[in-house]
Design a protein around this ligand. Structure first.
Ligand code: 5AD
Ligand code: SF4
Length: 443
């Protein structure tokens, strides 16, 4: 019997997909997957470094993993992912872990695991310019079998001054489009109905070779959308400086490309944007939003915002609130700035906005977004949406739930259809997070 591996995943969708890659590699080498930590022979945390509180949570969890050693002699505890890459051998020195593996080292996991002894922990944190795990078919860890992530590129070449990702995930590289299409076809054959194409900056996807010619993100999106009209296509994340008209037009041309763009603003102040090295201005950003809305009037726009970046003033903060009001985001992920060691901002700019000011600004941002989200949901009341059913609603198992093209969660009563089916619903009412709908029957 193979050793049983349990993996706990933190951070972004990319990390979820990496966990699926890791399982694929380990299962191909005689390991088994378990979802029960108590029976695991190997416990791994696939970690995130994006903010300090993400790392703090993981430290606490490593201590808990170590406490399992008492009842399970020979247990292996590993840290993989961004925190492994950022902290490297410090993780081996300061905490008892047996394995430290960065995001580009997963092919070496079977070998690393086989070499571990109580006195010889193993580490591989080499970053690569080529690794895309292109040929690896991830083992899906989602439960519903309807929606899957497909990685199209790795790493990031933007050096946003607050961001640790270029250091933890290395340089940007695009994955061979043939492997992306093959993976998606395989998902379709297995009954999946939705893929989300993942990259830190999908707009800079680029591939060229004599056989397939030039492939940009817009043409890749089109190729994936053309695989089947019943396959929904989503993607994340777009960079406002890079999103092209072709991508926007391609989205507009295909009904099965979902009308939702995650479009991180970070700040609405030009001075902050420049310090963050985002390489766009608020006017540029607002023009891109206007373009998206002119081509796809119903397209949802969601965002990420950082409150209290270095030297942010009340005026800068008001600029952020102002852009939020202008764009009327459908949803936002909102954070206080957290200094990350080794980034440009940590080296050059003091983290000088007091915590209580950061906190208050974040609260104002959240309060405004709550209003905007409610307004966005109210404006959908009366509309008809096509929904891809994900399964029973979590709140009320007698109802079904699924997402509309704009990514909003719809719940409705339906005793005929099942997960993976497309249905039409009319929105009757809404809560802050959900659209309450009724099924439109065919006749
Ligand atoms: N502090 C706070 N938020 C950050 N993000 C990235 N780095 C930091 C940081 N140092 C946020 C950005 C990014 C999202 C994934 O996390 O908003 O878009
Ligand atoms: Fe994902 Fe960034 Fe966290 Fe790494 S640091 S897991 S890339 S969010």
């Amino acid at each position: 019997m193979g050793k049983k591996v349990y993996i706990e995943t933190y951070g972004c969708q990319m990390n979820v997909n990496d966990t699926e890659v890791i399982f694929s590699i380990l299962l191909g080498n005689g390991y088994e997957r378990t979802e029960d930590i108590a029976e695991a022979d190997v416990i791994m945390a696939n970690t995130c470094s994006v903010r300090d509180n993400a790392e703090q949570r993981i430290w606490g969890r490593i201590q808990q993993f170590n406490s399992f050693r008492r009842s399970h002699p020979g247990l292996i505890v590993g840290i993989v992912g961004c925190m492994a890459e950022r902290l490297k051998d410090k993780l081996l020195d300061s905490h008892r872990v047996d394995l430290v593996a960065g995001p580009d080292s997963y092919r070496s996991l079977p070998e690393l695991l086989s070499r571990i002894t109580p006195t010889s922990p193993q580490i591989n944190v080499l970053l690569s310019h080529e690794e895309t795990y292109g040929d690896i078919n991830p083992v899906r860890i989602d439960k519903n079998g309807v929606s899957a992530f497909v990685s199209i590129m790795r790493g990031c070449n933007n050096v946003c001054s607050y961001c640790v990702v270029p250091y933890t995930r290395g340089a940007e590289r695009s994955r061979d489009p043939r492997t992306i299409l093959a993976e998606t076809r395989d998902l379709l054959e297995k009954g999946y109905k939705e893929v989300t194409l993942l990259g830190q900056n999908v707009d800079s996807y680029y591939w060229k070779d004599p056989e397939v010619g030039e492939v940009t993100f817009a043409s890749l999106l089109e190729k994936v959308a053309l695989l089947s009209p019943t396959l929904r296509v989503r993607f994340s994340t777009s960079h406002p400086k890079d999103i092209s008209d072709e991508v926007i037009y391609t989205m507009g041309r295909y009904d099965n490309i979902c009308k939702n763009i995650h479009f991180p603003l970070q700040s609405g102040s030009d001075r902050m944007l420049q310090k963050m090295r985002r390489r766009y201005t608020r006017d540029w950003y607002l023009e891109r939003v206007a373009k998206i809305r002119s081509v796809m009037p119903g397209c949802a726009i969601t965002t990420d915002i950082i409150a209290g970046f270095c030297s942010e003033t009340e005026e800068d903060h008001r600029d952020t609130l102002d852009v939020m009001r202008k764009v009327r985001y459908d949803y936002a992920y909102m954070f206080q700035y957290s200094e990350r060691p080794g980034t440009l901002a940590a080296l050059k700019y003091p983290d000088d906005v007091p915590p209580e000011v950061k906190g208050r600004r974040l609260e104002e941002i959240i309060a405004l977004q709550n209003e905007l989200s409610a307004r966005s949901n109210r404006s959908d009341v009366g509309k008809v949406f096509e929904v891809l059913i994900e399964g029973p609603s979590r709140r009320d198992s007698s109802q079904l739930c699924g997402r509309a093209s704009n990514n909003k969660m719809c719940v409705f009563t339906d005793s005929v259809h099942t997960k993976g089916d497309y249905v039409k619903v009319r929105v009757d009412d809404c809560t802050s997070a959900t659209l309450l709908c009724s099924l439109i029957t065919d006749n």
